[in-house]
Design a protein around this ligand. Structure first.
Ligand SMILES: [Zn+2]
Length: 58
């Protein structure tokens, strides 16, 4: 069972092409709308919106 890949993003509009290799797929654009996360229907990758993220370091 593969671990679910979670990508943290700072915008509600993301694009996903599954990366290279077997899980690749045509590039699509996903919009979270009222949600703060979305899952790619092709490869299952999850995108989570960063909320109130505090910049680390300088
Ligand atoms: Zn995908």
């Amino acid at each position: 069972m593969k671990p679910i890949e979670v990508t943290r993003v700072d915008t509600k509009e993301v694009s996903c092409d599954g990366g290279s290799g077997a899980s690749g797929h045509p590039r699509i654009f996903l919009n979270m709308g009222d949600n703060t996360e979305i899952e790619c229907p092709y490869c299952g990758r999850q995108f989570k919106l960063l909320i109130g993220a505090t910049p680390v370091g300088g």
